[in-house]
Design a protein around this ligand. Sequence first.
Ligand SMILES: [Zn+2]
Length: 252
Amino acid sequence: MSKPHDYQTKAIILSKTRLAEADRIITFFTPEHGKIAAVAKGVRRPNSRMSGHLEVLDYSHLNLARGHNLDIITGAQTLDSFLPLREDLTRGAYGLYAAEIVNQFAMENLENRELFDLFLKTLERLSYQDNLEIATYYFELHLLKEVGFKPEFKECLSCHRRLGEEESVFNFKSGGTLCAHCAQGKPWSFPLSFGALKVLRMLQDDDYEQVKGLKLEPVTHEIEGALRNYFYYLLEKDIKSASWLDKVKKMP
Ligand SMILES: [Zn+2]
């Protein structure tokens, strides 16, 4: 959808970078236009009326004007600032991790309402629910679907045999599982126990309400490792906020 000269949108703030003394480039994700980077003028001045509404992870209503290069934010009003993400270090670290992943995968000026809804719901879950790991793995698997990288977890992608109760690997290059036989000698393979594979299938196929109470132990590390490494493979780099998240999770 092309944008009129002046337009309004709901947005979740993904990141901020310094532009000039008091200006910032704000990157945010919208339901209609995908990801947008726009200039917020004067937001570092103490009297700025917009500054408190453009923090990372704020869900805000924005007024914008099309610019030559970047659009200009002319007004901002917070709809939900997800207070628990700001008050609780662990919840906040999960929120920033999710925002970085969206920032990496969302396309500029390309509508993806499903991903927007998933991200908004995820920030609500990370704010108010208890199982932050399940909320995050569910988010990661469903994000992969919305951006065209949904992994296959039912059959071997090489011999097309349906996987039974057996060990397999998640082969990143193929985009899903290979049986132990076909996986031999294949790089970018992450071993999966049958228990981990079952959990991955449930997280991918079931509604959140059905999976939110899943017991992840003893396969938590397998699930986390499989997804982290798949993201590394797809992005060809680490997710920076993952190391902060890991640090926070280890704190007593
Ligand atoms: Zn096979």
